[in-house]
Design a protein around this ligand. Sequence first.
Ligand code: GCW
Length: 669
Amino acid sequence: MINRILLGLFFCGCGLTASAENGSNLWLRQEPSCQATVVCDITSPVIDVARKELASLWKGGEVILRISADREHYGLGDEGYTIRSAGNDIILESSAEKGLLYAAYHLLRLQAEGNDCKNLNISESPLYEYRILNHWDNIDGTVERGYAGKSLWKWEELPSVISPAYEKYARANASIGINGTVLNNVNASIEILSDKYLDKVKALSDIFRPYGIKVYLSVNFASPMKLGGLDTADPMDEKVAEWWKRKVHEIYSLIPDFGGFLVKANSEGQPGPCDYGRTHAQGANMLASALKPYGGIVMWRAFVYSPTDDDRAKQAYLEFKPLDGKFLDNVIVQVKNGPIDFQPREPYSPLFGSMPHTPLMVEFQITQEYLGHSNHLAYLAPMWKEFYEYVSPYSIKAVAGVANIGDDVNWCGHDFAQSNWYAFGRLAWNPELSSSQIAREWLMQTFTDESEFLNPVEEMMLESREAVVDYMMPLGLHHIFAWNHHYGPEPWCEIPGARADWLPSYYHCADREGIGFDRTTTGSDAVSQYPDSLAAVFNSLSSCPEEFLLWFHHVSWDHKLKSGNTLWDELCYKYQTGVEKAQEFCEVWNQMSDYVDSERYQAIANRLKIQADDAVWWKDACLEYFRTFSRMKYPSGVDKPVFRLKELKKVKLPISNYECPSEDILPRK
Ligand code: GCW
C-alpha cells in the first residue's frame, strides 16, 4: 500500500501553480489533486502517461489498469477499452496500452464534466484507425492558412531544444483520441526529407510516441531530383523507386513507428506522376511499395483541378474515379469533404461512394480559411455532421483535419476555435456524437458547468456556422472571396490574366437574369456525378435543397422560393439574418462576464465585435454588388447599406495567406 501511495505522489503534478486564464490550458483544466492510487503492473512510456494523469487528477478511489488476457478484449481492438466501477474502485481494461491511455482520458473527462462515476460500465472503441491532423506548417515557421501565430514547430531549435509546448500538444491530442499528425504543409518543402530535418522529425516523434501519436510527413514528389540529384522523378523509373526505398529505410531506422506520407501531387503547381504521363495510382503505388514492408501508408490527395476544364467541381471525380481499384492496399485516397474547396457550405464530394474498391478518407478543414479566420466564431461540428448525413461514416476508412494550431498562447487564436480542434478529435473517434453533446462537453471543461452559461453559449455555438453561411454566401453561393487571403468579400474581383476558376464571377455567374452556377444536366452536368436518386433531387429547381440552390442552378432573380419570397428578397433576408445573428452573439456573450475569467471574456468579446462588423461588410458588399444585376430594391426589414459599393471596391487588406487581419485594417464606419 505504501508503495502505491508513493507512486501516486511521485507522478502527481501537485505543487505546480495553475497558470493564468489565458486559454493556454485548452479543455484540460482540472487542478491536480494527487489523491488517487493507480494500480498497474506494467511500466512503459504509454502506461506511464496514463498513470501520471490519473495519479495527478483523479479524485476517486483506486484505479486499476489492466491489459486484458484476451487479445481483442471484447472485440474493441488495440485502442478500445472498458471502464467499470467495482465498489469505490475503477477498472480500466484494454487489449493494449494505447487503449488504457484513452480510457484514462475518458475517465478524467467524465470527472471534469461533474459526472457521478460510481456505476460506470463503458465500452468504447474508435470507428477509424487513422485520426490525423494535417499541419500546413512550413519549415520557415509560417503556417499556410494558419491564423494562430507561427508554427508550433521550432525547426531552427530542434532537435537540441525541445519546447514544452510539444508535449502539451501531444497530451491535448491524446485526450481527444487523435493518433497521428502530419507535421508539414502539403505544399511540401524538399528539405523535410534531408538528414538534418529527419533528426528534428525524430525528436518530435519521440515526444509524441508515449501519447499514442504517430508522425507522418508531406512529401514533394520531385524529391528524388531536388534532394537526390536524379534527373527524373518518374515513378516508373527504377532509380526513382530505389531512391524512395532508401529514403524510407532511412526514416524507419530513425523512427520505427513512422506513419507514412501525405502527398499533394499535380495540384496547384506541385509536381507529380502526371508530369511523366503516369497516373496518380502509379505515383501513389510506387511510394506505397516503399512503405509497405514497414507498415506505413500513403495518403494521396484527390484535390486536383486544372484551368482548362469547364467546371472545377467535376474535376477530382473525373480524374480519380477511373483509378478505382488501381491503388495498392496501403494507399488511402484523401478527399476534401466538398468538391471545390472548404467553402462555408458545399454539397459532399461525389467521389465518396464512387470508388468502392479504394479506401477513401475525408479531409476536413479545422482552420477557418473560408470562415472568418480566427476572428469569427464558427463552431464546425454541424458542418462535419452535415457531411455524414450524405456519406455514411462507415463507408470511409479514415479522417484528416487541417489543423488550426499555432504558437499563440491559446493555440488557436480565437478561444472558441479550440472547440473545433476538440470536435474534430471527438468526431474522428465517434462520428455518431452530436454537435450539441460535443459543444457541451467542451464548454464544461473549458469554462464552467453552470447552466446559465452552458445553455445560451451552446446555442450560440450551434448557430454560429449557419450564421457565417448566411452573412457570407447563403443559398449555395460559394467562392466569392477576396483574392488570395480568403477573408473578406470581393464578388466583383477581376485580376487581368488570372485563372478563371480562381475568380468569384466563375462561381456566382450573376447576370441580368439571375445568379448561380448551372450544374444541372443542361449545364455543366456536375449533378450526374451523384447517385441517380440524389442527382434527380439536385437537378430539379423545385426539389433541390435551398441551401444548395445556387450551387446547382442559375436561378432568375424573381423566382419564387418555398417561403414565397423571390430569390432576390430571400437572398437579402439571408444576409440580414446573418448580420442579426452575429450581433446577437455579442449580446449573448455580454451576459456571460460573471462566468468567465476577464482575460478570456474580453478577448472573445473583442472578436465577436469584429465578426458582427464584418458581417455588415459582407452583407453590403454582396447585396450592393448583386443589386447591380438584379436592379431590385431591398425588401422591408433589411437594413440599408452602411457602406457604398464604390468604397468597398477599394478595400484591399494588406495581409498574406498566413495572417488573420487585425481590427484596424478592416472597413469600419
Ligand atoms: O484551400 C486551398 C488553399 C491552399 C491549399 C490548398 C490545398 C495547401 O487555399 O492554401 O494549399 O487548398 O488544399 O492544397
